[in-house]
Design a protein around this ligand. Sequence first.
Ligand code: CAA
Length: 387
Amino acid sequence: MTDPLLELTEEQRAIVETARAFADEQLRPNAAAWDRDAHFEPSLIPKLGELGFLGMLLPSEHDGLGLDARSYLLALEEIAVADASTAVMMSVHNSLPTQMLLHFGSAAQQARFLAPMARGELLGAFALSEPDSGSDAASLRCQARREGDHWILDGAKSWVTSGTHAGVILAMARTDTPDARKGAKGISAFIITPDLPGYSVGKKEDKMGMRASPTVQLVFDGMRVPADRLLGEEGMGFTYAMRSLEHGRLGIAAQAIGIARAAYEAACAYVVERKQFGKPIAEFQAVQFKLADMATRITAARSLLHMAAAAKDRGVDIGTQASMAKLFASETAMWVTTNAVQLFGGYGYVKEYPVERYFRDAKVTEIYEGTSEVQRVVIGRAAVSGS
Ligand code: CAA
């Protein structure tokens, strides 16, 4: 289902076709088994790198494809239709660490990290949340203190997508001191690599959904970080993280739309096959109304997302619109997958059919990269401030 309303360019059509072919060949046949086994398939990283899908928004000087945001989001939707776990790996990598480095990194930092990230030699991750700091991100406690030409970092980071395989992690830590806390302005961003002394990967989460995407804690125990790994200016890490999350939230919206579309397409196919009361259940108006509402919500979510992405490509500040797109798309994914399970009846509740996986995968899109409540905070604050 490529939406005719989107008016794609030739290049965008080609990107969609490439993503769909990759998804059909490499992801769709494996997604159920990877989900069952909570298996992350590391060979996907170089394969996605070869396609250019790990440097979609990076300019060619960093070996990226230099695409506009809409092309990237179209590709991400196709990947998410087949396997939401691969989509979140791709979204986090393209939206958070690469964008932070591209917009706030020094020339030397960009030269060292961006091209290997685009080529799939280094997978990126983002470490903001902590065990006691989620929605209230500015309350994070991971502490950095300067010692000569190093920073020493102590603390734990939670919910790090791709953390088991990440080669570069953009991590936020406090550079203010306990006796002079500065709130959000006491947070700085650091470029972490797993070879740093004191770095270790902690507990891997056993999750409800998105099971083929490894989510871990990272432990920094007196981790020695060279001073040139500070990103941009000291004290600006929270702002950099928030700006990057604007990209991230567009990516999660595309992922949510992909999950919703997968559930909708599965439901459309099922209702013409499934017969009850002597006819395919597709002939019942109650069933058609559900499909109508699914199609309408998916199209509305995609329109909102692409409107925000097009504005971003024009250089417009889209913080509020990114939150709206993420909020609406993730709640659409939850609604559509819930109703798809209902249309499948008992078969929707068993693992023989894919809709229960879509339902489990959809839930986290309402939680990560800012809960639905946080998106409403962002949108509501803009509403009352008149911006
Ligand atoms: N762009 C630039 N600056 C921003 C900004 C943005 N989008 N949002 C906030 N800031 C700035 C503010 O302007 C402010 O600076 P000034 O004091 O100079 O004005 C500063 O940052 C602090 O901002 P707030 O006062 O708004 O901060 P707050 O404590 O009230 O928090 C919040 C606001 C929106 C709730 C924020 O904490 C937030 O987004 N929380 C959710 C965090 C989140 O999304 N976490 C996801 C982690 S990643 C993940 O999910 C895992 C994964 O790998 C997928």
